[in-house]
Structure formats: structure tokens, C-alpha cells
Design a protein around this ligand. Structure first.
Ligand SMILES: Cc1cc2nc3c(=O)[nH]c(=O)nc-3n(C[C@H](O)[C@H](O)[C@H](O)COP(=O)(O)O)c2cc1C
Length: 195
């Protein structure tokens, strides 16, 4: 039996990342869970930002932002940036004990402590209800060498140890164990039901 819950913004799993924005000398950071890859050519992200966020104002002014993936050990810092606004705390990055360092291509900083960072330029913005969907082209990617595999080309999720956000219970979790190989385990159904 299924129970109807009505129209609700539920999806599993959700990532939890820092989005840094900056314009005219002002810098802000906020926690974002409503974010995903939007395309490959060009590499792009899409995220949903409520119209009241200081972050949205700065992104509209500069046309740039960075996405910074925290490791699970940074849950408290991520949470802090999700419960206070840059409208009341002017140095959220510093208050969270984080370090802003210059990016390579965009004028918005990246967070040094995050093992994975994306530099993004706004490609388009779409107002939808109380949120604005921001599509950003990824113009550069940074990863800590310590999270790369032995060939040095592939970031390993276990080493990044990213945060997963569970909205219904407002919890942060870690990734679980491997289940199967993607683009592979489903092949058993290619010739019909795999009984
Ligand atoms: C785990 C978590 C995820 C969040 N995800 C989003 C999100 O995807 N979009 C959004 O607009 N706000 C989100 N928020 C709320 C903002 O991070 C929060 O309102 C923040 O204070 C806004 O900061 P700003 O006004 O400095 O931009 C999230 C908060 C938390 C704790």
C-alpha cells in the first residue's frame, strides 16, 4: 500500500554543499542541497536558490559563483552557513572557520578546506515560484590531490567523504557502501527478465 503525502519537495539523496558568491568586495557563502549536474557539453550545474537569499543577490550582480563540496567532518560549518544570512553576518566564511582562497577563472573565491570545488559562470536564471533556478557553466574544477586515485585523474567519493542531506528528518549522513557497478549490473536484463 502507498500513502499519498501530497505535493512535497522530496527527493533522495540530496547533496549538501557550500555555494560561495561575491560582488563588489562583498563575499557570502550558503548551504545548498537543491543542486545537480545540468549538462555535459558544456559541463553545467543547476541549483535552486530562494529569492530572499543574499547569495542570489550577489550571483545576480557578478554572474559567478563557486560550488564547494565539504567532507562529512565539516557538517557543523555547512549547517552554520545554512542557518545565518550574509545579510546579518558579513564574514560567514571566516565565522565558520573556513578559508577563502582565490579561484583561477572566476572572481569568486573557493573554500580551501573543501576537497572539491567548481568555478561557475551563470548561463541562465529562471524564476520558478519562490525560487530561482540558476544554471551555471563549470569553467574550472579543483580537487585535493589526496582524494585522487592512484592514476591521479579520478576523484574518489570515499576519499571526498561528502555529506548527504536527508530533508524529512533534517539530518546529515555519509555515503553508504557500494551496491553494484553502474552501466553494468543492469545488463542481465538485456535479454529479458533475469530469473
Ligand atoms: C542543509 C541545508 C540545505 C539548504 N539548501 C538550500 C537550497 O538548496 N536553496 C536555498 O535557497 N536555501 C537553502 N538552504 C538555506 C540557506 O542556506 C540559508 O537560508 C542561508 O542562511 C542563506 O544565506 P544567505 O542569505 O547568506 O545567502 C539550505 C540550508 C541548509 C541547512
Amino acid at each position: 500500500m502507498k500513502k499519498r503525502l501530497g505535493p512535497r519537495e522530496l527527493l533522495y539523496p540530496m547533496p549538501a554543499v557550500f555555494v560561495v558568491s561575491a560582488a563588489d568586495g562583498e563575499v557570502d557563502v550558503m548551504a545548498v542541497a537543491w543542486i545537480a549536474i545540468a549538462g555535459a557539453k558544456p559541463p553545467s550545474v543547476m541549483m535552486s536558490v530562494r529569492s530572499t537569499r543574499k547569495t542570489l543577490e550577489l550571483i545576480e550582480r557578478s554572474g559567478e559563483f563557486t560550488v564547494n563540496t565539504p567532507s562529512a567532518s565539516m557538517a557543523a560549518q555547512l549547517d552554520f552557513t545554512g542557518i545565518v544570512s550574509g545579510r546579518t553576518v558579513t564574514d560567514k566564511i571566516g565565522e565558520a572557520g573556513l578559508t577563502a582562497i582565490p579561484a583561477s577563472v572566476v572572481g569568486v573565491p573557493i573554500i580551501a578546506e573543501c576537497p572539491h570545488n567548481l568555478e561557475c559562470r551563470v548561463a541562465r536564471m529562471l524564476e520558478h515560484g519562490d525560487h530561482t533556478i540558476v544554471i551555471g557553466e563549470i569553467v574550472e574544477t579543483h580537487v585535493d590531490e589526496s582524494v585522487l586515485d592512484e592514476t591521479g585523474g579520478k576523484p574518489l567519493a570515499d576519499r571526498i567523504d561528502p555529506l548527504v542531506y536527508i530533508p524529512t528528518v533534517r539530518e546529515y549522513r555519509r555515503l553508504g557502501e557500494k551496491v553494484a557497478d553502474a552501466y553494468s549490473v543492469g545488463r542481465r536484463y538485456l535479454d529479458g527478465p533475469a530469473f
